[in-house]
Each structure stands twice: as C-alpha cells, then as structure tokens.
Design a protein around this ligand. Structure first.
Ligand code: FAD
Length: 456
C-alpha cells in the first residue's frame, strides 16, 4: 500500500503527525511538496521567503534521503498535482495537516473534491501550525477570543498533543516523477543579511538559544541593541519548527525566560484564532474606527521616507533599514515603526503591511496583518488610542543609541544624548551629518490622529 503526504506549512520531519500516520498506514509513502502558481498570484512569494523556502525544501529532501527516501517536488495547481502523484504512485490515501487560513481552506476543499472523484481518501489531521488549534478554546457566546489575557489563561490550561519523533526510515516508491528543487532567488533580489533556513538550522538555533538566550529573555526581550530574541520566527512560519514542540520544551526547561517565550508563542496562536474566525480581517478592519487615512502626494512622500528609512526619526529609520538589510526586524521595532506609519503619519495600515510582507522572511498573512491592525488600533488592542513616541521609545529601548548607530551610520559620531534627537544638535553640526530633518512634528501628528479618531 502507498500513501502521499502533502507538506505545506510544515516543512519538517520532527513532530509531524500526518507523516507518522501515513507511515503507519502504508508500506511506502510519497513526501510531496507542490509549488502552486496560486501562491505567486496571491503575492505571497517574496524573494526573501523564496530563499528561505528553498533552504527548507533542500534540508527536508536531505533529511528524507538520510532515511532512504526523498522529497518529490511538483509545480502546478495543487489539486491536479496531488491527484497525478497519487495516480502515478498507486496511492490510495493522502495525508495532510489542516489549514489555518482562508487560502489553505480553499486548497483543502479543492483537494477533497478532486481526490474524492478519483477514489483517493484524503485524511486531514489536526493543524500542526499552532500549538493549540484555532477555535479549540473560545469564550462563551463567541467563536474566538478578542482579548489576549483571558485567551492566554485558557490556552495555558490546554493539554498539548505528545511530540512525535522524526521517523527513522521513510521508504519512497520508485518511479514517481519530480522536478528539481528550486534554487534560491538571485542574490540581487535578496536582503544581504538573510538567515539560512531549514529544519536542521532551526533545531540548532533553538537548542543554542534555549541554553544561552532564553534564561534572560524576560528582561531582555525589548532590548533593541542586544538582539536577544530567538529569531525563530521564519522557522515557525515555514513549519521547520513545531510551535507545539517549542512550547513543551520551553515549559520543561522552566523559569521566567521560558515563561515569557511561551507567552510570545501564545500571541502567535491568538492571532491565528482571530483570523480563523474572521478571515476577512486579513484585508479589512477587524474593528472599524472610520478612519479616513491620508492619501495624495504628501502622504506618498512620507510613505517613501518611511520605507527607505529617512523619516528623520533615528530609531524608526534604523528599524526600516534593518528590515531591508536582514528581511527581519525586532518586535519592538515593528511596533514602533508601525505606530509611526499608522498613527503619527496617519497612513493606512495596509500600505505598511504590504511593505513588510514584501521583505519579511517570516512574513505571514496571520501575524503580519493582525499585528498591523493591533498597532493601528483597528484590531484587538484594548488601548487602541495609544501612540508610541519614537524619541521616548528610542531612549527607553536603545538608551545608548547602539541600535541606531548600527543601522544609521550618519549618526555614528553623535553623542548619546542627541542620538535620538539629532535635530537638537547645533545647526552647523546637524547640516554636516547628511541625515534628514524630521518629516513631521510629533505633536502635529498626535493632534491629527486624535482629531481623526474623535479624541481631541
Ligand atoms: P521572539 O521574541 O523570540 O518570540 C518567539 C516567537 O513568538 C516568535 O518567533 C513568533 O513566532 C512568536 N511571536 C512573538 N511575538 C509575536 C506577536 N506579536 N505576534 C505573533 N507571534 C509572535 N511575526 C511573524 O511571525 N510574521 C509576521 O509577518 C509578523 N509581522 C509583524 C508585524 C508587526 C507590525 C508587528 C508589531 C509584529 C509582527 N510579527 C510578525 C510579530 C513579531 O514581531 C515577530 O514574530 C518577532 O519579532 C519575531 O522575532 P523572534 O522570533 O526573535 O521573536
């Protein structure tokens, strides 16, 4: 007997229940990944993520080869390709993990229809993307939690499924046609400081970080210059690491750092359960504030300055340049740059979200769109009117200006006390820096935002 295992957002061998189920049910399995042009059409395949994906697929293939198998890669509409692989290999069943996004649900429906017509059984296993499946916990009278803290309480009490080990052997039948693995996109299209992907790299990073970073994570998670977070987000995005396994390993290690890390992983699940219940929130306001966002030439110029890291606010510019260079940004930096765009410049969150998605190696429709909405005050933030002041944020989370100087070399020689407010330098020194003046006066931005939201 033969079975197909369809890999999607779960590019790993450890803790992969669909693979385990297929191996238990059949003598041979076809591990399959399909490059569907619909992903391209939906605009999800930014070059930075393309490179990370290529690494993940190469690593998965190498791990399968060590176990006597290989990864079968196909290109084309997913339902057609899965059907064709099932027919070519003589498989009678297909195993995959449940989707968590609208895009994934539509894929599942198409597969169910076409495989059914072919007489092939589709087994959809519980999701392996989140630790707790979206919808599993809900408050009475609603289909999802809109507030994080009560969700966290309920989520923490959930029993997680046991982590399953990677299989020792994966026998794959001969004669199933596959395409060569995709190469990384050309370096000129990529952020130069992009990390390498793959399950092996992810497991090594977690092991290292659990030893040396996690114990101090609670105190250091907002330290911009210290760069003390796990940087596991791209591995989680592609499912090279299992969120459920990380939660369980962190809990087993214990301590305040591990607890704070688990709490962040819960944020990831929280946003997933919101979007599962409100799929339209990927594009539309979760809660409308009747915003009439700025448009027109002047707004377009402000957006360009924000994207390019030349707003004249050092910590904002440092963060935006880091994003371009690494395809990644620290969470605190994401918060303050998103607040700057949506609240200080009063520009539509969708414009910012699109720019992030074009560059972020962990760029994710769930976490990106819902975090943007959270910051813009159109999402689940219970304090939607708070505005982050970039000078205050800079002084607090980058007190010596180390992060700013790392990414904004124009300010390298500026003293600590001016590094977040270079406009306070004497005029002649300021002019020599070659660093722009602020695009907006913070108090003007605040007044406009308060007026727009009816809070003045
Ligand atoms: P750590 O601090 O080590 O946290 C561990 C893990 O917890 C992360 O890898 C991530 O999976 C999860 N996590 C942490 N914070 C959040 C959060 N606020 N929401 C959801 N999950 C979280 N994260 C993405 O994975 N993809 C995105 O596209 C994305 N876009 C964002 C956009 C904005 C405007 C904001 C404010 C946040 C966004 N985040 C996104 C969340 C967060 O910034 C990143 O997950 C985090 O910075 C990744 O770095 P890390 O792995 O070192 O995190």
């Amino acid at each position: 007997t033969r079975a197909v295992v369809l890999f999607t957002s779960d590019l790993r061998l450890h803790d992969h229940p669909p693979l385990r189920a297929a191996l238990a049910a059949a003598e041979e399995v076809v591990p399959l990944f399909v490059r569907d042009p619909a992903v391209h059409a939906a605009g999800f395949d930014a070059p930075n993520r393309g490179a990370f994906l290529a690494d993940c697929l190469a690593d998965l293939d190498a791990s399968l080869r060590r176990r006597g198998g290989r990864l079968v890669l196909r290109g084309g509409p997913v339902a057609r390709e899965v059907g064709a692989v099932a027919a070519e290999s003589g498989a009678t069943e297909v195993h995959m993990a449940a989707a968590v996004t609208g895009f994934g649900h539509r894929r599942e429906e198409r597969l169910r229809e076409s495989l059914g017509a072919q007489g092939v059984v589709l087994h959809v296993h519980d999701t392996v993307v989140t630790a707790v499946a979206p919808g599993r916990v809900a408050p009475s009278g609603s289909d999802h939690y809109a507030v994080f803290t009560p969700y966290f309480r309920r989520w923490s009490a959930e029993r997680l499924r046991e982590v399953c080990p990677a299989p020792r052997a994966v026998p794959v039948p001969d004669g199933v046609r596959g395409e060569p693995l995709p190469p990384r996109p050309a370096p000129s299209l990529l952020s130069p400081g992009l990390p390498a992907g793959g399950e092996k790299a992810g497991r090594e990073r977690f092991a290292r970080w659990a030893r040396s970073g996690m114990p101090a994570y609670e105190d250091r998670q907002d330290d911009l210059a210290g760069d003390a977070t796990s940087r596991l987000s791209p591995f989680l995005h592609f499912g090279a690491l299992s969120a459920s396994e990380l939660v369980q390993r962190a809990r087993a290690q214990g301590g305040p750092g591990a607890e704070a890390f688990v709490r962040q992983l819960c944020w990831r699940d929280f946003h997933h359960q919101v979007l599962a219940a409100r799929p339209e929130a990927s594009a539309r306001d979760y809660r409308t504030r009747h915003d009439r966002w700025r448009t027109g030439q002047e707004a377009a110029e402000d957006v360009a300055a924000w994207r390019e890291g030349r707003t004249g606010y050092p910590v904002v510019d440092a963060a935006m340049r880091q994003l371009r260079h690494e395809g990644w940004m620290h969470n605190r930096a994401r918060l303050l740059t998103a607040s700057f765009l949506t609240k200080t410049l009063y520009v539509d969150w969708r414009i910012g979200a699109r720019h992030f998605l074009a560059l972020l190696v962990d760029g994710d429709i769930v976490n990106n769109q819902l975090n943007w909405q959270w910051v813009a005050g159109t999402g689940t933030d219970t304090r939607p009117h708070r505005v982050l002041n970039p000078v205050v944020q800079g002084r607090r989370f980058d007190p010596r200006g180390t992060y700013v100087r790392r990414w904004v070399p124009e300010l390298r020689d500026v003293e600590d006390r001016f590094v977040h407010e270079p406009w306070r330098l004497p005029e002649d020194r300021r002019a020599r820096l070659g660093y722009p003046a602020p695009v907006i006066d913070l108090s003007d931005g605040l007044a406009r935002f308060r007026h727009a939201r009816g809070r003045d």
